[in-house]
Design a binder for this molecule. Structure first.
Ligand SMILES: Nc1ncnc2c1ncn2[C@@H]1O[C@H](COP(=O)(O)OP(=O)(O)OP(=O)(O)O)[C@@H](O)[C@H]1O
Ligand SMILES: [Mg+2]
Length: 378
């Protein structure tokens, strides 16, 4: 067992190994890729929002587009910031001096560590100039991280710089307002490419300044062809039922489909439908199933404790848990009217996540509603 894990951890992730390197490597997403390719070939780069579900190719496409447009000047004029990482970045870490960071071994400091150290220093100096002596807070750091790259002078012959703001759904409305001003001020020199799962919660002001490009959930056939292609390269034996099970279980997420193929083939045996189902069972799917079952049975305290375990002990994000609750409910044999009420509640909680301080309370309220709605229908 231990050996298997060591083997798995050491093996490169196939989803990274087979990450698209050129436009031709993408499967599906024909419209999105054609639009981006045309823009790159004509040398134009509007601000863009690439939107669509997880694992559909948004981040890979933003990278390839930037390379195609900036060519040799990419290194100096391109930055990708994962806004979830930036917004989770601790103030204590950002406070580290860049000179102290430089003394650390390369494996112990990332590009983000170095950038956040610079951002902290600059934002602190800006606050000091306004007479404020306290340290910047997380939201000021995030805004600074965006503004500082946008405001630095373009290097060499490149006419513009590109800032990819990955996982930009973490931006609150007030941050979007601040971003709108940054976009206007630096519009001549810097273009923004956002990636986000959905346009819900986006300020019309940012939307109207951007070209929207949709990355829809791919069909099963597209996933089957991607999995088949990788299985062939890796010489993995997988039957038709196995590939179809991967396509079904991945729910349109191509990263998940590739990961499932890799895990299901780790034992070196042919990949079968049963093998795929055994691997796709995760702590999250099991935990959510038990939690939802407890909520339906009216065991609210047990459901609430399971939720605490998933968030606090297992470290899943509230949005991951909410998404899995939705999938779990969809897989249960509810009457259509009951299912509609439940999905309605999920949509409401999803919306409240943007405003609310405490997602635990929001999901707890959802569990209470599941119990109530299910008991009325029983
Ligand atoms: N259209 C695609 N064609 C081929 N491979 C894909 C495609 N979309 C995703 N993949 C595979 O999934 C991996 C993840 O893709 P990527 O990070 O670009 O997705 P994403 O849409 O940004 O996902 P997320 O919303 O979770 O950030 C890629 O490295 C690649 O292996
Ligand atoms: Mg992404």
């Amino acid at each position: 067992m231990t050996k298997l894990w060591v083997q798995r951890l050491e093996a490169p992730l196939w989803s990274v190994k087979y990450s698209p390197r050129t436009w031709n490597d993408f499967v599906g997403q024909d419209n999105a890729i054609a639009q981006l390719r045309n823009l790159a070939e004509s040398g134009s780069c509007p601000n863009m929002i690439l939107y669509g579900p997880n694992g559909t190719g948004k981040t890979s496409a933003a990278q390839i587009f930037s390379k195609a447009l900036l060519g040799d000047t990419l290194a100096a004029n391109y930055k990708m910031l994962n806004l979830r990482d930036v917004s989770d970045y601790s103030i204590a870490k950002a406070k580290r001096d860049i000179k102290d960071l430089a003394k650390l071994d390369r494996s112990k400091r990332s590009e983000l560590d170095e950038y956040m150290s610079i951002v902290f220093k600059e934002v602190k100096a800006e606050l000091k100039a306004k007479g404020q002596t306290r340290d910047p807070n997380k939201s000021q750091l995030l805004q600074g991280a965006i503004r500082i790259f946008a405001s630095t002078v373009t290097v060499a012959d490149a006419m513009i710089k590109i800032l990819v703001l990955d996982e930009a759904d973490v931006l609150t409305r007030s941050m979007q307002q601040a971003l709108r001003r940054t976009m206007e001020i630096y519009n001549e020199a810097c273009r923004f490419i956002f990636t986000t799962p959905t346009l819900a919660g986006w300020s019309p002001a940012v939307i109207s300044r951007s070209l929207m490009i949709n990355f829809p959930s791919p069909s099963n056939d597209v996933i089957v062809s991607l999995v088949g292609r990788i299985a062939e390269s890796e010489r993995v034996e997988v039957d038709c039922a196995g590939v179809n099970a991967i396509a079904r279980e991945s729910n349109g997420d191509m990263r998940r489909a590739i990961n499932l193929l890799q895990v299901a083939s780790a034992k070196g045996k042919p990949v079968t439908e049963d093998g795929v189902y055994a691997c796709s069972e995760t702590i999250l799917t099991k935990g959510v199933r038990n939690m939802v079952s407890a909520a339906i049975d009216g065991s609210f305290v047990i459901a609430r404790e399971s939720l605490r375990g998933l968030l606090a002990l297992e470290g899943y994000s509230p949005s991951d848990v909410l998404l899995q609750i939705e999938r779990d409910l969809l897989s249960r044999p509810f009457e259509p009217t009951v299912l509609t009420s439940l999905l309605d509640r999920i949509a409401e909680i999803d919306y409240r996540f943007i405003q609310a301080q405490n997602p635990f309370i929001q999901i707890t309220a959802l569990l209470a509603s599941i119990g109530r709605i299910a008991s009325v229908s029983a």
